[in-house]
Every structure is written in C-alpha cells, then in structure tokens.
Design a protein around this ligand. Sequence first.
Ligand code: UD1
Length: 352
Amino acid sequence: MRVVSIVGARPQFVKLAPIARVFEDLGVDHKIIHTGQHYDMNMSNAFFQDLSIPDPDVHLGVGSGTHGVQTGGMLAQMDSVLMSFQPDWVLVYGDTNSTIAGALSAVKLHLPLAHLEAGLRSYNRSMPEEHNRVLTDHAADVCLAPSATAAQNLAKEGLSERTVLVGDVMVDVCYLTRDAVQNSDAPVPGVEPDERFLIATIHRAENTDDAMRLETVLKALRDLPLPVVLPAHPRLVAKAAEFGIPLNGGALRLVEPLSYPEVVKAVVAAVGVITDSGGLQKEAFLLGTPCTTLRTETEWVETLADGWNVLDPDLTRLSQTATRPTGVEQRNSPYGQGNAAHAVANALIEHH
Ligand code: UD1
C-alpha cells in the first residue's frame, strides 16, 4: 500500500511524526509532500529533525501569500506530483490551506482521500480553518476522527458511513516526547530554573490581524503577575511590527518559536498556558496544566471538563484564570491512549 502524506504547517509536522513511524514499522510505502506553507527553520525543518521524520520526497516551496495565492500555488503543482506517485491513499492533516489544497487535488484526480483529525468544528464561519475542515471532510473517502465528539459532528453532517474513530495522534507524540524530555535539564527559554512562569502563544487571525484587538491581548499579558514566556509565531511578529505594537514590557518574555520537545517541557513546568492554538489547548490538557483560551469557542470541547481549559475571549477573567491552581487530578482520556497512529494505519489498510 502506498500512502502520500501532504503537510505544510507546523502542527501537521507534529501529527505526521507518529504516522511516519508506524508506517515505517508496518512497511507501508510512504511518500511525504511538503507544501512549503511554513518555511522558517524553527517552524519547519527543526520539527523534522527533532521528531525524526524522514525528509519530504517533494517540496513545493509555496511560501506565504493571501489564502487564494497560497492555496492556488499548492494546487498548481500538486496534480503532477500526485499523478507521478499514483498512491492508494492521499492523507491530509488538520485544517490548514495545505489540507484543502491536497484534498481538492486528490479528489479531482479520483485518488482515495483520507482526512486525519476529521470532524472538528468551531461552528465559527469567520475562521479560515473552519472552511478548510468542513470542505475537506465532505471531500474525503475516509474521515479519521480523533474523538467521539468529532465522530458525532460528522454523523450530524451525514458522514457517519465514512467515519472511523481512531483517537488522536497528538496523544501518541505528546506522551512519547514527555517521556523523552522527562530527565533533560535543558532550561525553558526565557525563564530561570525553578522560576514560576506562564506560557502564551498567539497566532490566530482573529487575535493578530486587528490592531486594537492585538494591543488588548498583549496588554492583558503584560499585566499578569508571573513572567509570561511568549514564543513568537511569525504572524504575531509581522502584525505587531505592522501596527507598531511592542512584544515586550511588563511580564512578557519574548522568545523564538520553541521546538516540540521544548514546548512539552515548558507546558509541564508552567503554572498555566494561555493560547489561541488548538494543539496547545490539548497538550495542556494531556500534560495536566490549566489552560486559558483566548477564543470564543474551542473545537476541543472535552478539554473544558473540570475547568482544565477556560474560554476567555474578552480577557475579563485572565488575571484570575491564568494562575488558577490545577483542578482535580484525574482527567478522562477522550482522545485515546496514545495508539492512534496504529489505528490510522489499520483503517487505511482495511478500507484499501
Ligand atoms: C497556519 C494555519 C493555521 C495553523 C497555523 C499553525 C491556515 C489558514 N492557517 O496559520 O490553521 O494553526 O498555521 O502555525 O492554513 N510566516 C513566516 N515563516 C513561516 C511561516 C509563516 O514568516 O515559516 C509568516 C508569513 O508572514 C505569513 C504568516 O506568517 O504570511 C502567516 O502564515 P500562514 O501560513 O499564512 O498562516 P499561519 O498564521 O501560520
């Protein structure tokens, strides 16, 4: 069986890692197409190195642009690459422009399409990611759902026959990395050993692309009572520079984007996480660190149980929620036990 994975943005490299490992163990012929959506060393290559992902077979090198330019640039090159591989499955990941480009190209070439992390919904139609998700799910031949909620969402849209509940591959990679970094004494960038700190990431268009909103978010972070490590996503850096808003001052400690092992280590050590990232909300939940999410809704609704994750879109509660103590010790396992990549491989073999 030959599978082509299409990835391009940072969270997709993280999800690809456990898949690539399992495919290699099972002798699946696996090709990787990197669209080039993310291209900085610390947004792309570092993840391939740190997570031992084989180098991409093809790099499309599209880079940044408006949604249409970026997605179209991928599509223009994708057909010939997919045709040359003639895969049994095209596997797309998550909800980025690389996901929708891969999905469109595959279905128009009549190549079987599987969507990993299918069924997530924010029901917020102003998010570009929401359109990418919905359209990709409806194009896919197999929807690989990470949670029972995601499977239910797909059923509501008439997609239950194409749905396989596999669990979440981010559990696989998160727990493997947690175990690997447990005894490392590498410091968390931006903080002294044993210093109490918060970690924050901001990159969603809804928080970065409006000057007043971005200033409000950064002011709230500056005013927090503990140091706030802020690994700066390129979108945040670009927008802050455009609006003339400083990314330091007060509690803020600006650092370069972290590697995946550094993120896991930082989340384990932090008093709390503040974010608009989907992945980080879940990593906080998996690693047992309280999270405050600067959005009106979350796709990962299970993280809200027992107050592990709190939504604070208007930042009115941040000063209280950011440093709140850990809730109850026990958490459910709504995303599976860390063997989702195997379930993905089995689903593709069965439906082949
Ligand atoms: C994209 C995804 C989002 C995902 C996120 C993870 C879409 C619509 N959005 O958002 O779902 O959560 O990736 O990070 O696909 N840039 C660099 N270097 C890089 C990458 C980007 O400088 O390596 C800059 C560029 O100026 C670019 C901006 O960051 O214009 C935004 O990048 P883009 O890929 O358009 O969207 P993200 O905000 O990263």
